[in-house]
Design a protein around this ligand. Structure first.
Ligand SMILES: Nc1ncnc2c1ncn2[C@@H]1O[C@H](COP(=O)(O)OP(=O)(O)O)[C@@H](O)[C@H]1O
Ligand SMILES: [Mg+2]
Length: 149
């Protein structure tokens, strides 16, 4: 999976970028996507696109109050995408309260919003997605593979 940057001009294009990244992740065995970007950047829109590929038929909403949303494909038995919103998370106590570690063993794709809040807990290898708001409708989406040493 190569590093790439693209610009989108509609929500649908941002969703499509998410769909394509989920496809790349599943094809290349990448299990963790860390998203960065301000409020309203389009992180949840991007995740909606990821879910269309990774857990078709599930409705994506911002998991602000629950911290994590689990998405199971229509007709499926177990979740194939975990969607975390780390906005209110600041330390291991917060992550332990939702048993964060246990999610890694469940074989689903994981995506996190507000990943800057869990820098201490990111897996050594993950995919980083930055979304920047360049204008009312324009977003710059950067994707890169990260390997922490
Ligand atoms: N190109 C674009 N991509 C994504 N969202 C866009 C775009 N242009 C405008 N928007 C708007 O920006 C907002 C993004 O919201 P959301 O995905 O919830 O952001 P975040 O999760 O980063 O806070 C939505 O209101 C959406 O309609
Ligand atoms: Mg969001």
């Amino acid at each position: 999976m190569n590093t790439y940057t693209r610009e989108t001009h509609t929500v649908e294009e941002t969703e499509a970028a998410g769909y394509e990244l989920a496809k790349l992740c599943l094809e290349n065995g990448k299990g963790f996507v860390a998203m960065y970007g301000d409020l309203g950047a389009g992180k949840t829109a991007f995740v909606r696109g990821m879910a269309r590929l990774a857990a078709p038929g599930s409705a994506v909403t911002s998991p602000t109050y629950s911290i994590v949303n689990e998405y199971t494909p229509a007709g499926g038995k177990s979740p194939t995408l975990f969607h975390f919103d780390m906005y209110r998370v600041s330390d291991w106590d917060d992550l332990d309260s939702i048993d964060f570690d246990s999610y890694f063993k469940r074989g689903a794709l994981i995506v996190t919003e507000w990943s800057e809040n869990i820098g201490f807990a990111l897996p050594a290898r993950h995919v980083r997605v930055d979304i920047e708001k360049l204008g009312e409708l324009t977003r710059r989406i950067s994707v890169k593979e990260v390997e922490l040493t």
